[in-house]
Design a protein around this ligand. Structure first.
Ligand SMILES: *Cc1c(COP(=O)(O)O)cnc(C)c1O
Length: 372
């Protein structure tokens, strides 16, 4: 029997390296509240992500919640977003007392369909919140054109797109702001963590206050903030992991190439279209779509079950789509989401992490071929 294989495996530095990094904390006793590692990591990430402005956060979700809050939208406003994402994206909108308006996606790369955004705009629309899902970059040009035409903010959920660039431009430069996640399961991790990158530099102070309870000074609390500060142990982990990010991404790219070479000719399987001419990807995920017209309705689920029998854990990302989550079902505008539902029902994300053994990929491919 195959040893247990999960869909991902957290990248970690050498134990000794991390211990050496955190040693100074036993001298300073400064464990959180924007300490030295926090400052240093903000600087390093600005360089790596090629952005001007960045605020570190305790996780990607709070980064989303607080950047939306910082924009100060009136309660009940509408935000056009994708249902083909992790639930966090939708929760962040609703927890800000705003209404999600779900827009369908494209089946070519699973990002929001930029040609269907305009028809969803009303007087209440204040923002567009697309997701660079699986690290596939949205049509940022078209989305910006629409935003400019209707005076809307654009906030990207870039949790899957760490370090990606388009013609050399860091992905965090698009729109008004972008949110990254450094959760343990992501390409780059700080155990738990996240960041907001943004265009308008005055947002830095706003986000700083919001992540620290809205406290302005010892005696002034100027707004209802939260607690979303990254602690020093996480920031130290981030500084260590950043040293190895490039070889890690390279290893992921290699494995995806290997997967693709083995699966390309399987009838009924569709792999993500990628624009390798202009985009540098970070290869966070390897999604495979089982075309139900060719493979039958339940092929995705069948492969998922068969892999699990062999101790290989793939993930049905993103099923159900967020608009169908038990807590939102039928609560928001009912827009046909044909492509998102199709993707949700037929995509399986296969195991991928830098140390994944190619023999495991061979085994996965064998099982898929057997199922089909
Ligand atoms: C991981 C993720 C988040 C949330 O990030 P956390 O750091 O886990 O809070 C948000 N959106 C997407 C698309 C994600 O994959």
């Amino acid at each position: 029997m195959q040893e247990k294989v999960l869909v991902t495996r957290s990248s970690m530095p050498k134990f000794e390296e991390y211990v050496e990094m955190i040693r100074p904390l036993w001298d300073s006793h400064w464990l959180t509240n924007m300490g030295e590692f926090h400052k240093k990591l903000e600087q390093k990430l600005k360089e790596y992500l090629r952005v001007q402005n960045l605020s570190l956060m305790v996780n990607g979700h709070m980064a989303l919640e607080l950047v939306i809050q910082a924009m100060g939208f009136p309660e009940g406003s509408e935000v056009i977003t994708t249902p083909f994402t992790f639930i966090s994206t939708t929760h962040a909108i609703i927890r800000n007392k705003l209404s999600p308006v779900f827009c369908d996606i494209k089946l070519s790369d699973y990002t929001i369909d930029e040609n269907r955004i305009e028809e969803l705009i009303t007087e209440k629309t204040v923002a567009i919140l697309p997701v660079h899902v699986y690290g596939n970059i949205c049509n940022v040009e078209k989305i910006q054109q629409i935003a400019d035409k209707y005076n809307l903010k654009v906030i990207y959920d870039a949790a899957h797109a760490f370090g990606e660039t388009v013609n050399g431009v860091g992905v965090g430069n698009f729109g008004d702001a972008s949110v990254f996640s450094f959760h343990a399961t992501k390409v780059y991790n700080t155990i738990e963590g996240g960041a907001v990158t943004f265009r308008d530099e005055s947002l830095y102070k706003k986000l700083y206050n919001l992540k620290n309870f809205g406290i302005r000074s010892e005696e002034v609390v100027a707004e209802v903030g939260s607690n979303a500060k990254m602690n020093e142990f996480s920031a130290a982990m981030g500084l260590c992991n950043l040293k190895y990010i490039e070889p890690n991404i390279k290893a992921r790219k290699e494995l995806i190439k290997y997967y693709a070479s083995k699966l390309r000719d399987v009838k009924g399987i569709r792999l993500c279209a990628r624009d390798t001419e202009s985009v540098e990807y970070s290869y966070g995920y390897f999604p495979v779509l089982f075309e139900s017209e060719i493979c039958g309705q339940a092929m995705r689920d069948k492969v998922y079950d068969r892999l699990m029998e062999e101790n290989i854990y793939s993930r049905k990302y993103f099923y159900p789509i967020t608009s169908d989550a038990t807590c939102f079902k039928n609560k928001y505008k009912n827009i046909p989401l044909e492509n998102a539902r199709y993707a949700g029902a037929n995509i399986l994300v296969l195991p991928l992490y830098p140390e994944l053994d190619k023999t495991v990929i061979d085994e996965i491919v064998r099982i898929i071929r057997e199922c089909i």
